[in-house]
Design a binder for this molecule. Structure first.
Ligand code: CDP
Length: 202
């Protein structure tokens, strides 16, 4: 039986960096479930129906170029409100979580809906301003020239939509350990996450 690590949290909180580092440390596979919603959002921006896309999504869609833009992030959070779209994406995520050899999944509802039985659950967060600074830097580094104010507005809008939706809203699982990375370096945040997983493995 595999060991599942569930990592949830708001936009640009550092889930990706922490998840990759935790997966590398323990030799687990990693799935960024945000990419799934971004891939659906992107095809919807291109004119397709959300549910049709969710039902026909393939692994190649996750490799599509241009998934990391703020426009696609907003489209992702709009399709992510739809219960039937989320439902269509559950099996793929659960199968990944159960794979032999262990898995780290990061997203919004991994600890609450996708893998409520996961033995290690983290909720990674930081203040909206800190998250916007990090995302702004990331976007500039990848050639997207979005201003800080618009990045902060994007982060806030998505958090609001993700937290208040009826289906699988963003919130920590009751037994999740929260890591607030606002005043942590990447190394400190990764070390904190590894410590939680190490303890959960017993
Ligand atoms: O990278 P960032 O944290 O900004 O966002 P992401 O993890 O790529 O997720 C993009 C959007 O997909 C989120 O704002 C959510 O609306 C949605 N999402 C979700 O609803 N459930 C998940 N498990 C993962 C993402």
């Amino acid at each position: 039986m595999g060991f599942t690590v569930a990592i949830d949290g708001p936009a640009a909180a550092g889930k990706g960096t922490i998840s990759r580092a935790v997966a590398a440390h323990f030799g687990f596979a990693h799935l960024d479930t945000g990419l799934i919603y971004r891939a659906v959002g992107k095809r919807v921006l291109d004119g397709e129906e959300p549910l049709d896309v969710a039902r026909s999504l393939s692994a190649e869609d996750l490799d599509a170029l241009g998934l990391r833009t703020p426009q696609v992030a907003q489209a992702a959070s709009r399709v992510a409100v739809e219960a039937d779209v989320r439902e269509a994406l559950v099996d793929f995520q659960r199968a990944f979580a159960m794979r032999d050899g262990g898995a780290v999944l990061d997203g919004r509802d991994i600890g609450t809906v996708i893998c409520p039985e996961a033995p290690a659950k983290l909720f990674v967060t930081a203040s909206p301003e800190v998250r916007a600074v990090r995302r702004h830097k990331e976007l500039l580094e990848t050639g997207h020239d979005a201003g800080y104010d618009s990045v902060l507005a994007d982060v806030r809008a998505r958090d609001e939509r993700d937290r208040t939706r009826a289906t699988a809203p963003l919130k920590p699982a009751d037994d999740a350990v929260t890591i607030d990375t606002s005043h942590m370096s990447i190394d400190e945040a990764v070390a904190a996450a590894i410590a939680v997983v190490t303890k959960a493995r017993g």
